[in-house]
Design a binder for this molecule. Structure first.
Ligand SMILES: CC(C)c1onc(-c2c(Cl)cccc2Cl)c1COc1ccc2c(ccn2Cc2cccc(C(=O)O)c2)c1
Length: 232
C-alpha cells in the first residue's frame, strides 16, 4: 500500500539517520556551556564556537546524503551556503526542545538571549523554537527534515535545479510516510512539518540582520563562518 516504507527506502533512511546521529557537537564544546562565566562577550564567543562546530558537523552530514557528492561541485557549495543558517536553526531548535542533558538547555537559551542579539530577532527565533518543540519530531523526522532543507533546489546560485530536485523528492516521500507512521492521528502533520521550512526562510532574513548588528559592534567570527556567511 502507498504508505508502506519499502526496503530500499528503509536503507536510504538508515544512511541519513545514522549520519545525523553520528555527527554531533563534541562534548568539550557543549560542556563549556555550563563552565564559562556569563557576559554578552563570553556568550558570543561560546555561540561562535558552537556555530563553527555545527557547520563542520553539517558538512559531514551533508556529504553522507545519498547522491550529494555526485552533484556539480559549485552547486554543492551553493546548497551548503544557502542552507547552513536554516539547518542550524533547525538543529538548535531540536536540541533546545529535546535532547540536551538537563541544565544545558536552560543555560544555552540564557546565553543566546544575552549575546548581543537585539530583542526584535529574539521573538521570532524563540517562537520558532517553541513551534518545533510542539511537533515532538522523532529522530528520523529530524534527520530527514534537515536533509530536505539542505537539498532545497531554489537556493541562490544553484545551476542544476532538476538534479537537486531529483535528490530531494525521494526524501520528501520517505518523510511523508514517516509522518503517517509516527503521527497516525494527525493527517496534517507532514504539512505542518513543511510549514516549518517556510518559517525557517524568514529566519534567514533575521539572521542576516543579526550578523550586520554584530559586525557593527565589531564582533569577530571564525574563518569558516566568514566563508559560509560571506562576511568580512
Ligand atoms: C556566530 C554565532 C554567534 C551565531 O550566529 N548565529 C547563530 C545562530 C543562533 Cl544564535 C541561533 C540559531 C542559528 C544560528 Cl546560526 C549563532 C550561534 O549558533 C548556534 C549554532 C548551533 C547551536 C546554537 C544553539 C544550539 N546549537 C546546536 C547544538 C548545540 C549543542 C549541541 C548540539 C549537537 O548537535 O549535539 C547542537 C547556536
Amino acid at each position: 500500500e502507498k504508505a508502506e516504507i519499502t526496503k530500499e527506502q528503509q536503507a536510504f533512511m538508515k544512511v541519513i539517520v545514522d549520519s545525523y546521529n553520528r555527527h554531533q557537537i563534541p562534548q568539550d564544546v557543549t560542556k563549556k556551556l555550563l563552565q564559562e562565566q556569563y557576559s554578552a562577550e563570553e556568550n558570543f564567543i561560546l555561540l561562535t564556537e558552537m556555530a563553527t562546530s555545527q557547520v563542520q558537523v553539517l558538512v559531514e552530514f551533508t556529504k553522507n546524503i545519498p547522491g550529494f557528492l555526485s552533484l556539480d561541485h559549485e552547486d554543492q557549495i551553493a546548497l551548503l551556503k544557502g542552507s547552513a543558517v536554516e539547518a542550524m536553526f533547525l538543529r538548535s531548535a531540536q536540541v533546545l526542545s529535546t535532547k540536551m542533558p538537563n541544565g544545558h538547555t536552560e543555560v544555552l537559551e540564557e546565553r543566546i538571549r544575552n549575546s548581543g542579539i537585539s530583542e526584535e530577532f529574539m521573538t521570532p527565533m524563540f517562537n520558532f523554537y517553541k513551534s518545533i518543540g510542539k511537533l515532538h519530531m522523532v529522530q528520523e523526522e529530524q534527520a530527514l527534515l534537515t536533509a530536505v532543507t539542505i537539498l532545497t533546489p531554489d537556493r541562490p546560485f544553484v545551476k542544476d535545479h532538476p538534479a537537486v530536485e531529483r535528490l530531494q523528492e525521494p526524501m520528501l516521500e520517505v518523510l511523508r510516510k514517516l509522518c503517517a507512521l509516527h503521527h497516525p492521528r494527525e493527517p496534517q502533520y507532514f504539512a505542518r512539518l513543511l510549514g516549518r521550512l517556510t518559517e525557517l526562510r524568514t529566519l534567514n532574513h533575521y539572521h542576516t540582520e543579526m550578523l550586520t548588528s554584530w559586525r557593527m559592534n565589531d564582533q569577530k567570527f571564525t574563518p569558516l563562518l566568514c566563508e559560509i556567511w560571506d562576511v568580512q
